[in-house]
Design a protein around this ligand. Sequence first.
Ligand code: ZN
Length: 131
Amino acid sequence: MNENTDSLVISCADKRYIDFVDTFIQKGFKAGTYYKILIPGSSLAFQTCSDAMNYSLGLFLPIIGSIHIIDHYDCAAYQDAYNIPDTDQWRHIENLRNAVLSVRALNEYIPVYTYLMNPNGEVLNVAFDNS
Ligand SMILES: [Zn+2]
């Protein structure tokens, strides 16, 4: 069990969603208790820039107690990666699951929470086994 209480929030750098993500963070986290990484594609970055993500996680894992990964619909990074409009929920679910597995490969105990955000800012929790 990890006694750190700070969280790492990973979300896409899409400008349309930055205010929504900040609102989500303000509702769920106290000021000064989280770190935020904005990276195109969010969960997708665990595949497209896996070395950089592993390096970043290696820096953060000793000082955080949980990880929160926020994907969103209509993601340009997804459109670029798959060369089709980003409308399929399953693709996000699959990449969020892969992101959880990437974290698990580095630390099998840290809780990882995953979310999918609608264009109106609504947040869907995407739950995987966190045990
Ligand atoms: Zn995006």
